[in-house]
Unconditional design. Structure first.
Length: 179
């Protein structure tokens, strides 16, 4: 998948040379994931998850941040078409920014365009394989597509990263699963 993204970056008009790379925050996110896996309860896990979200929602530059914010605001206002379009602009500008893909997937999911959401979530996870929002989002999308086996796989992967996720309750309703 990373090869596909790299190939897309070479196509004219797909990526802007103006989109800077995100700073490497791998050490910081790894430490947060380490703490999440051993967190003592849902309150501590929520604090740690919030710190991860702060990292994910920090776009590479002001232009990308503006597009991200506009796309999310359009979604909050209920304009999913505008949200998907603006987040598409963000993806065209910064195709290696996982959160752009994740947020567009969320808007597509809310519009019940599960196929589009799934494609975007796959892209987000190709860039950031441990993105909890994308993993749980893809699980929810699989449930929307009535693909329980894939949903369970992604939920279990997310729970290995954060055992306190509220989505854990979804496993109770799946046939043949136990915690």
């Amino acid at each position: 998948m990373r090869i596909l993204i790299a190939a897309l970056l070479l196509l004219p008009g797909i990526a802007s040379a103006d989109c800077p790379a995100l700073p490497d925050r791998g050490v910081e996110t790894a430490a947060l994931y380490d703490r999440l896996t051993i967190s003592g309860g849902p309150t501590e896990a929520q604090v740690l998850s919030s710190l991860l979200w702060r990292i994910w929602l920090a776009a590479p530059d002001a232009n990308a941040q503006g597009l991200l914010d506009r796309g999310m605001q359009a979604r909050v206002a209920g304009d999913l078409v505008e949200s998907v379009a603006v987040l598409g602009e963000l993806i065209a500008y910064c195709p290696t920014y996982a959160e752009g893909w994740n947020q567009r997937a969320f808007s597509a999911f809310l519009a019940r365009d599960y196929a589009a959401a799934l494609g975007d979530l796959d892209q987000a996870l190709a860039i950031e394989p441990r993105h909890l929002g994308a993993l749980t989002g893809r699980a929810m999308t699989y449930l929307g597509l009535q693909r329980e086996r894939e949903a369970e796989r992604d939920l279990r992967a997310a729970l290995r990263l954060n055992p306190w996720l509220a989505e854990r309750q979804l496993l109770d309703g799946m046939a043949g699963t136990d915690l």
